[in-house]
Design a protein around this ligand. Structure first.
Ligand SMILES: [Zn+2]
Length: 501
């Protein structure tokens, strides 16, 4: 087949004197190969032809090969980010260096219940102007609610509205989505009943989809939120994934055994439940997410939040519309500036930013909140069904730039959490399995050649609270569908990413 292609391409391109490099094979030789399955590393070479891996082992170079001498660097499958917000701003940032330099070759969008509607239009736009990495998307429940219920969706949906949502969901799934995502801690999904979610989930299951959820609570009502997602898995029989699993309040800190027991019991019962996680103690969201009753005047409840969920010096403003000088400051800093208690300041900032948001039709506030313990994060990461994600974007939390290298350097190496082989499994084949992606996440013959080559001694995140968009160290080469996206740490401007279903 290759010979036929070569002759054909000589006929087509010979006249012009242009010979497309994509017809030559790529040989990555003498790499330390970690194949993504958890198997021990081995020395060897990998040959890529077109988009796929064609052979692995002790390979002899041919004159057709473009050769990359890996010199013992580590070659693994590209990382799969199962919870990404890099869709925002991607069309103006096709190199996506923040993503590619983490080793990510596939990003999954449509998270927390929000997707680009209609999906077909965003897929068409992507195919017209592809980017460095592959993408796939869920259909967002919040977006369905917004589409069908419009303004005033802060209530339960009627029968008619649920059936209208099902119609939109079917059409969106047909455009090529992998499943349904919910964000039940956010408007307007938080106003839905479990029954509504189950009905939509059943439609998704009947179409061969899966379910992923930012669950209804990550703190006060955590255990019932966990029960809700298990029940959705039980009722529908489809795979369900907990987004960015965490224990995010004092009350539940340290209860990883209890949580993993519940999840393992559900699995033993036949519920296909999995999770993803990002390697940071800080989350990013809004102040509102801390107040399920959405009452900015309830100072007792706000004080309860500061005492039990995230302290005032652990709340850092990322966006503050009414006064951008607050960005980077903590709630504790701002309380001092205003001469008010932390709870009063919290309440004032909420109301001011809401009014500003209403007037400017632009996000009024966003915060990072420190609510998790490194030990809990490590224990949850080790669960054999937890894959790694960023939950990050091109702006905001450093996780958008550093999550995967931080997982490897801080957690895997720094905390001796697991072997590198097992860590790579959590970032590749497990993620592919949890998302239902075929022929990705493993170095094997006939798999897509999504590959990364890095230095395991130097791979490290640099993005921090002070410098949130610092690029990570250690990634040398990245191939996406057989094409180089990153060469010696530099973007190649080859946009070989695909839409995956
Ligand atoms: Zn989320």
């Amino acid at each position: 087949m290759r010979i036929v292609l070569a002759i054909l391409s000589m006929v087509i391109f010979g006249v012009l004197g242009v010979f497309p490099t994509s017809f030559a094979d790529t040989l990555i030789k003498d790499a330390r190969i970690i194949d993504g399955t958890g198997k021990p590393a081995f020395l060897g070479s990998v040959r890529i032809s077109g988009e796929r891996i064609v052979s692995i082992g002790d390979l002899i170079p041919t004159s057709d090969d473009t050769i990359f001498d890996a010199k013992g660097l580590t070659l693994t499958p590209g990382f799969i980010d199962t919870h990404s917000h890099h869709d925002w701003g991607l069309s103006e940032n096709r190199d996506a260096l923040a993503v590619i330099t983490q080793g990510i070759t596939t990003s999954i969008f449509g998270q927390d219940g929000f997707h680009h509607f209609p999906l077909q239009a965003s897929i068409d736009a992507f195919r017209e102007r592809p980017v460095s990495m592959n993408i796939a998307s869920y259909i967002g429940h919040n977006t369905l609610r917004d589409t069908v219920m419009g303004e005033g969706a802060q209530r339960e949906a009627t029968r008619d509205e649920i059936s209208a949502m099902k119609t939109v969901l079917r059409a969106e799934m047909a455009a090529g989505a992998i499943g349904l995502s919910t964000g039940l801690e956010y408007e307007p999904g938080m106003y839905s009943t479990s029954g509504e979610v189950i009905e939509l989930a059943q439609v998704t299951a009947s179409l061969g989809g899966r379910y992923i959820s930012h669950i209804r609570s990550e703190d006060r009502f955590f255990w019932s939120a966990i029960n809700e997602i298990i029940n959705i898995g039980r009722q529908t029989g489809m795979p369900v994934q907990i987004s960015h699993i965490k224990l995010a309040s004092k009350e539940i800190w340290g209860q990883t055994d209890k949580l993993l027991n519940i999840l393992n019991n559900a699995r033993a019962e036949g519920v296909n439940i999995t999770a993803d996680i990002y390697p940071y103690e800080y989350w990013q969201s809004t102040l509102w997410v801390l107040l399920p009753e959405r009452d900015a005047d309830d100072l007792d409840e706000i004080q309860n939040v500061l005492d039990n969920i995230t302290p005032s010096d652990g709340i850092i403003f990322m966006v503050y519309g009414p006064d951008p000088s607050y960005v980077g400051k903590t709630l504790a800093d701002i309380s001092v500036l205003r001469g008010l208690s932390d709870a009063q300041t919290f309440s004032e900032l909420l109301k001011e930013s809401d009014a500003w948001q209403e007037e400017h039709q632009s996000q009024g506030q966003s915060i990072m909140g420190k609510s998790m313990l490194p030990h809990d994060i490590g224990e949850l990461m080790k669960w054999e069904h937890t894959n790694i994600c960023t939950d990050g974007g091109f702006e905001g939390h450093p996780r958008g730039y550093g999550a995967f290298p931080r997982f490897l350097s801080y957690f895997v190496k720094g905390m001796s959490l697991m072997s590198l082989e097992e860590a790579i499994r959590h970032a590749t084949s497990l993620a592919a399995h949890n998302m239902g992606l075929k022929d990705r996440g493993e170095i094997k013959v006939d798999a897509y050649a999504d590959l990364i080559l890095f230095d395991e001694d130097t791979i490290k995140d640099n993005a921090s609270l002070e410098n949130r968009s610092a690029i990570s160290d250690g990634l040398k080469m990245v191939w996406v569908n057989g094409q180089l996206a990153l060469n010696q740490g530099q973007a190649t401007h080859h946009y070989s990413g695909k839409v995956i279903k």
